[in-house]
Design a protein around this ligand. Sequence first.
Ligand code: LIP
Length: 263
Amino acid sequence: MTLAADLLDIATRIARDAGALAHRRRQEGVTVAATKSAAADIVTAADREVEAYIRAELARERPGDGFFGEESGAEEGETGITWVVDPIDGTVNYAYGIPAWAVSIAAVEGPPDTASWTALAGVVFNPVTGELFRASRGGGAWLGGQRLAVSEVGPAGGLIATGFGYDPATHAPALEQLSRVMPIARDVRRIGAASLDLASVAAGRMDAYYERGTHPWDHAAGALLVAEAGGTLGGAPGGRPGRGMVIAAGAEFFPVLEAVLDY
Ligand code: LIP
C-alpha cells in the first residue's frame, strides 16, 4: 500500500467515527461555546470535543505526524506529514440544524502552509447524508464506488458556489464581485461549508466554487478532491488556494471565472 493510500484509510476511519460523534451531539442539542473572529463566527462544544477525538486518534495511529486543526491549533511533527483538520466545517449550519456540515481531514506533506504543501489524502464526510468523499494523490477522487469528475459548463452558464466569510469589512466588495459573477452564472449557491462546496465541484454537482477568507482546514481536503477529479484550483492571481482566495472549477470554466472575479 502506498503512503497516500495508507493515510487515506486512516483519515476515512477517523472521519466516520468523528462524524458519528458530531451527529450524536447534534441530536442531543447544540450549545455555542464561544465566539471567535466575529459574533457570527462560533465554536460549539462539539467542535472542540470532535477535534480532540480526531487529534487523539491520529496521535495513536501516527504518533510522529504534525497537526493543524481549527479549534486546537498547530503542532509540528517529525515525519514531514501534517494532518489538517476541521472537525465541523459549516458550524453555523450545524448550530441551526441545517444538514450541510462535514468533517474534513487532510494529510499533507511539506511545510504546513497552503502555499507549499502537497496534499496526499483527503476526506470530507457529511454524517447527515452519509456521503463520504475521499481522494488520495494520484488515486482519484471517489464517492463510494463512483469515481468523481468535474463538470463541463453548458451554454446556460455555471452553477457557482461561494461564501462570504465572517469579516464584515469584506462583505461589500464580495457583493460587488458577485454582481460580476452573475452574468456567467446559471445560478449561485451559498451552502455554508467550503469543504462540501469543493466536494460538490469534484462530483460535478456544482460547476465552480470561489471564496475569499477561508482557512487551510476549510479547503485542504476539498482541494485535493477537486484536483483528483480533474479540476483546476487557484488562489491569489497565479497562485495556489489560500486565505486571499480559493477558486475551483473545470479547466475550461476556471479562466472565465477568474477573469470576472478580478481581485
Ligand atoms: C466556514 C466555511 C464557509 C465560510 C465560513 C466559514 P467553519 O467554516 O466552510 O465556507 O463561508 O465563513 O469559514 O467556520 O464553519 O468551519
